[in-house]
Design a protein around this ligand. Structure first.
Ligand SMILES: [Ca+2]
Ligand SMILES: [Ca+2]
Length: 173
């Protein structure tokens, strides 16, 4: 199937040489939560992951990197019946969904679904704006780049969240 599609893509190249071929167009949206608090445990982050590759490159791995004060404890996904096979690996503040059946990637171009990553929020996490960095690795089909990255914003609650004058910040110490 992929070879047939590839042949069509090559034909398309002759017609339109500027046709982009890479993993661009993919994205990850954080659905929830918008705020966590230091010391929270078992917080499940829900993401929507979409593969927007224009050249039939399929997403092989999906990697989420939380702030270093977080600990990833579990991960799962809902492919809506598409039949993905990912193995989940937690390593400190990083949660990785890795292609579980070899061969080409799992999320076809034009497909998306939900990923769930459960974390413990360290009691020492600093309050304020925070980000989850994400990466989708493609299966190295066609032209590079074979990955796409981005960040999702959320907030760590607690004290000293709002912009403060220097004196008020200093007063905390
Ligand atoms: Ca490609
Ligand atoms: Ca695979």
């Amino acid at each position: 199937m992929k070879k047939l599609l590839s042949t069509l893509a090559i034909l398309a190249m002759f017609v339109a040489p500027a046709f982009a071929q890479n993993m661009s167009g993919g994205y990850v949206n954080l659905i929830s939560p918008t705020t966590v608090n230091p010391g929270d445990t078992g917080v499940m982050f829900t993401f929507y992951v979409y593969n927007g590759s224009p050249d039939t490159e399929w997403t092989k791995n999906v990697i989420f990197t939380f702030p270093t004060c977080f600990t990833v404890t579990a991960g799962s996904y809902n492919d809506g019946g598409l039949g993905w096979v990912f193995n989940f690996v937690a390593a400190g503040n990083v949660g990785s969904f890795l292609d579980g059946d070899g061969g080409w990637g799992e999320i076809y171009d034009g497909d998306g679904g939900y990923f769930y990553v459960t974390v413990d929020v360290g009691g020492g996490c600093p309050a304020g704006p925070a980000q989850v960095a994400w990466q989708q690795d493609g299966d190295v089909w066609g032209s590079p780049p074979h990955f796409i990255t981005g960040v999702c914003d959320f907030t760590i609650g607690g004290t000293a969240v709002e912009p403060s004058t220097f004196s008020s910040v200093k007063a905390l110490y």
